[in-house]
Design a protein around this ligand. Structure first.
Ligand SMILES: NC(=O)c1ccc[n+]([C@@H]2O[C@H](COP(=O)([O-])OP(=O)(O)OC[C@H]3O[C@@H](n4cnc5c(N)ncnc54)[C@H](OP(=O)(O)O)[C@@H]3O)[C@@H](O)[C@H]2O)c1
Length: 307
């Protein structure tokens, strides 16, 4: 039986866990050959082995996307193995929580920019000439609902996610008519390790009662966006209400965000349907132990600050 991504090569960053891993597995189940990138070699190899065990094809290329040299080596490895790249998913990233007057705000913002925005820009600049030569391809950038509406104490992260969103919007227009599709994904809170270390009481207020999406839901949405060439995906769709409110007036956007901090209202709006983020993580059985193997370069582990 033919599958939608037979003979296609998909490069996913941040593929060692969470949304990136789920996205890689979703593409593999559709016949794609995967190039898996993240810093932790052991976790990446586990994902590659998972794909092989399911009859798929993948290589793992330990990469720190904050390093220009490592990004170049990643693209080289993909081209040496497969000779083409059809889909690039810029998903790797980190998240910090902290108010604007927190002394670490600037440092955290700098680190997040390096990993989540400049990493994507760096890799896109390396892959774009290949897609242009092939005269086809897709680029998917992972933003967040906060790439359209910031929440209190998540300003730094929201700045970066707005950047990812703006970069994607400009790129899509620059590539109009080239047969290279560009998509941006805006998921709401998702049950991954991104905010695992953040104490429940320190979470941005609208998140406290929110039932997170699963990484698999986001991964499937990425595959669908590439199949359909959808320019922008908001997950869940009801989060579009918040963004619509914000577009009409920041006061209305803030009002909806503040309504989400009350459980009955969050439930009424469909955002609180069961377990919260921390309850979901606590109930998870597939947690991977921390990777203690040395990284390829001296950059920091993704950290989430609890303040
Ligand atoms: N979880 C959410 O609520 C949510 C919502 C909306 C959007 N997002 C976005 O979705 C993306 C994926 O996050 P996630 O939720 O799946 O978080 P996660 O479970 O923490 O995964 C982050 C991934 O990025 C990789 N990574 C981090 N820094 C890197 C670097 N310098 N070089 C290469 N890889 C790096 C990590 O691998 P290594 O540590 O092995 O390098 C890991 O594979 C992020 O861009 C995030 O902003 C998340």
């Amino acid at each position: 039986m033919t599958k939608a991504f037979d003979d296609k090569v998909v490069l996913v960053t941040g593929a060692s866990r969470g949304i990136g891993k789920a996205t890689a597995l979703a593409f593999a189940s559709q016949g794609a050959s995967l190039v898996l990138a993240a810093r932790s070699a052991r976790r990446l190899d586990q994902v590659r082995n998972d794909i092989h065990d399911r009859g798929g094809e993948a290589i793992s290329v330990p990469t720190d996307i904050t390093s220009t040299e490592e990004v170049a080596a990643l693209v080289d490895a993909a081209m040496t193995r497969y000779g083409r790249i059809d889909v690039l998913v810029n998903n790797a990233g980190i998240g910090h929580v902290g108010a604007a007057d927190d002394p670490r705000f600037g440092t955290d913002l700098h680190d997040t920019l390096q990993a989540s925005l400049f990493g994507a820009i760096r890799l896109t600049q390396q892959v774009l000439p290949i897609l242009r030569r092939q005269q086809s391809g897709s680029i998917v950038n992972m933003s967040s609902v906060m790439g359209r509406k910031a929440f209190a104490r998540f300003g730094g992260y929201a700045i970066v996610m707005h950047g990812v969103s703006a970069f994607t919007d400009a790129l899509r227009q620059e590539l109009a008519g080239t047969n290279i599709a560009v998509s941006v994904i805006h998921p709401a809170l998702t049950a991954t390790d991104l905010l695992r270390e953040v104490d429940e009481t320190q979470m941005p207020p609208p998140f406290r009662h929110m039932t997170p999406l699963s990484a698999e839901e986001v991964g499937e949405a990425v595959v669908k966006a590439v199949r359909r060439g959808t320019p922008r995906v908001i997950l869940p769709r009801r989060a579009g209400l918040l963004l619509l409110g914000e577009a009409v007036s920041p006061r209305l956007g803030d009002l909806i965000a503040s309504a989400l901090t009350r459980r009955p209202l969050a439930r009424l709006m469909g955002f609180s349907r069961g377990r919260t983020y921390h309850q979901t993580l606590a109930a998870r059985t597939d947690t991977t132990p921390p990777d203690t193997t040395p990284r390829r370069s001296g950059h920091q582990l993704p950290t989430t600050s609890t303040r």
